[in-house]
Write a protein that binds this ligand. Structure first.
Ligand code: PGA
Length: 252
């Protein structure tokens, strides 16, 4: 795969349609893998954007007997300095919004640790990469996109070949998180994120973006020369990527 100026394939749809489409693709993957006696390996995001997908997958478990027993998940990122029970930790978000609702085994859910000792962070990140590789790689990466063009916490300046690592959060990312944390001063300054290359290693990548707040960054993601200034531009050229975005985000 090369860094490419190829256009980003776009599907215009409502948030509800996007949630159904992505959940349907994930369900097909899970069932295909189970028929083959294999795990389905998902890369999952937090934030507001994926909530409809999680709700739809919960519904499919209830109404359509979708079985998650053969699913392994790897989350994109986690704030550093937060214990797992912190209300804003992504570990807690995932448990409350998705994992506990579908009864997913904690041993099947990987999230970078927010309270790893500073001296252990590099080893923890290397271990995360090893676990993804040992799982056979990511089958399906679901992503949101930050107003600054981040994917995961790959902030502006992140390299195409970056791997799971500690990062300093960008001011836009921290400002966007400030309300949830009850003030900018409470937002962590550092995080662990899967790298750009880790994400691009997924066999399929789906990006969700809804609302006028995402319009300018989607324009740049589609039009800018791919590079670290807008990490989402690196998605262009992935062999199986699609952006699902609503009219407000697409400016239509
Ligand atoms: P959001 O975050 O879903 O809350 O808009 C997206 C992101 O920062 O990746």
């Amino acid at each position: 795969m090369t860094t490419s100026t190829a256009p980003l394939p776009i599907q215009a749809c409502s948030p509800a349609e996007a949630a159904r489409e992505v959940a349907r693709e994930i369900a097909v993957l899970i069932r295909e893998r189970r028929a083959a006696g294999r795990m389905a390996v998902l890369c999952l995001p937090t934030g507001r954007t994926p909530l409809g997908v999680y709700d739809e997958l919960v519904r499919m478990q209830r109404d359509e007997a979708l079985d998650f027993a053969n699913v392994t998940t790897f989350n994109l990122d986690e704030f550093l300095g937060l214990p797992p029970e912190h209300p804003q930790s992504f570990r807690r978000y995932m448990r409350e919004r998705f994992f506990a609702r579908i009864g997913l085994e904690p041993t099947h859910t990987w999230i970078p640790s927010g309270d790893v000792a500073p001296a252990q962070i590099a080893a923890h990140c290397a271990e995360y990469e090893r676990e993804i590789a040992d799982a056979g790689g990511l089958d399906y990466a679901l992503l949101g996109i930050g107003r600054n063009g981040h994917i995961g916490f790959n902030e502006p300046g992140s390299a195409r070949d970056s791997r799971t690592r500690e990062v300093r959060l960008h001011e836009v990312t921290r400002a966007d998180a400030a309300r949830a944390f009850g003030g900018l001063e409470f937002v962590p300054e550092r995080a662990i994120t899967m790298g750009v290359a880790t994400i691009l290693g997924a066999r399929r990548v789906r990006v969700l973006a809804f609302g006028a707040d995402k319009r300018e960054i989607l324009r740049r993601t589609s039009e800018d020369t791919p590079g670290p200034q807008v990490p989402a531009t690196f998605l262009r050229g992935h062999p199986d990527v699609r952006l699902l975005a609503d009219g407000a985000a697409l400016g239509r």
